[in-house]
Design a protein around this ligand. Sequence first.
Ligand SMILES: C[S@@+](CC[C@H](N)C(=O)[O-])C[C@H]1O[C@@H](n2cnc3c(N)ncnc32)[C@H](O)[C@@H]1O
Ligand code: SF4
Length: 423
Amino acid sequence: MFDQVMTAVLGHIARDALSFDDRGMLPTPLPQPGHRYLLYIHIPFCESLCPFCSFHRIHYDETLALTYFEALRREITGYHERGFRFSEAYVGGGTPTVNLDQLLVTLDLIRSLFGIEQISVETNPNHLRESTIGQLRAAGIKRLSVGVQSFDDGLLARMNRLGPYGSAAQIIERLRVANDAFETLNVDLIFNLPGQTLASIERDLEIVRSLALKQVSWYPLMASNSSRVQMQQAMGEVDFSRERALYERINDGLAGDYELSSVWCFSRDAAMIDEYIINHEQYIGVGSGSFSYLNGVLYATSFSIPGYGATVDRQGHGLTRHLPFSRREQLRYYLMTNLFGLSLSRDVARSRWGPGFERSLWLEIASSRLLGMVRIEDDRLVLTRRGRYYLLIAMREFLTGVNNVRDQMRDEPDPIRLKWPGV
Ligand SMILES: C[S@@+](CC[C@H](N)C(=O)[O-])C[C@H]1O[C@@H](n2cnc3c(N)ncnc32)[C@H](O)[C@@H]1O
Ligand code: SF4
């Protein structure tokens, strides 16, 4: 019952904070002098579409993809010309490796413009071929993240993944090779899928341990308005009542061999590279359907894939919508993302937000302490074992809110109402 109340409260906060109803001119995203940001690059093409997924993605089309990658490189160059500098890049999708040649040309560009050393790329298991792995390594990829979702052939079939992305046996063989090829090899799994049983999770746990996978991001199922309908048709009813028990089982099953590096990321070695949201408060997203978060403003880049290139040419960038967060929302976002990464340094928070940081969030911090979700350890606010599941609910509701924004953006015509000064 308490979990349902938490879901309702946190869902309400996320829905309230996340709705693009901006009417005015887009504020100019400008870099702070000397600051290096994270660059997120979105590749919205997939060979087959999964019913649970509410990321911005469409069926791969080579002609469209070639035009898209060219526009993407123009957008990246535009940010360089405006003075943005990046220390790290994350290429997500969709499926970034769907056109490897174009991806490699794009990675060459970001390395030559920004000298980026740390690059993460997402992929699907069918792309874990020896030649692809070699080319990605040669391109300096430090973290490769492979979407597996489940090692259960029945579930893979219902997710439309069995044919296009491979059976559990094929995936296991490919992971055996890839696991040692990258500094961090991350495998994405999902728990609480419709039709997924505890026995199926136990088998997944056994496979993760026997392959000694370096890192596993084990996501709770998230259901945006559109993906809930798709899942219901393809896979069955979404049911959150089993979520806590499955999460606890996964925590217990990986304890000993793995350390948590976020609420749902398990690493064999604490030094591995995590999801970027934990380490980067601010980032710039390029490519259709990406988000940027800069100086307290959330921006979205045009969700029209054919129209994206024209938007970049007209404005020098692809941003079309913005959502300013109030100071309170920014502080809450900071607290939530830090606790998602398991702890928050009070000293760093005070120097970032001023001495009143904890006073401004006294209600959130006091109630979390009262409920036993966080404790104070020296300078740090630390998430407790009890708090992990509530942070999972908070993050799941926040990301579901982001997915609902994606639904909203996909349904809209391109609102070109902004101009970058000097363009
Ligand atoms: C958007 S995909 C992109 C990479 C690649 N195409 C893939 O399938 O993994 C990244 C990961 O997001 C996770 N994901 C997508 N939709 C989700 C959902 N509705 N609930 C939980 N996780 C989801 C999946 O685990 C997926 O591997
Ligand atoms: S989960 Fe990955 S492969 Fe499936 S539709 Fe989403 S982005 Fe594409």
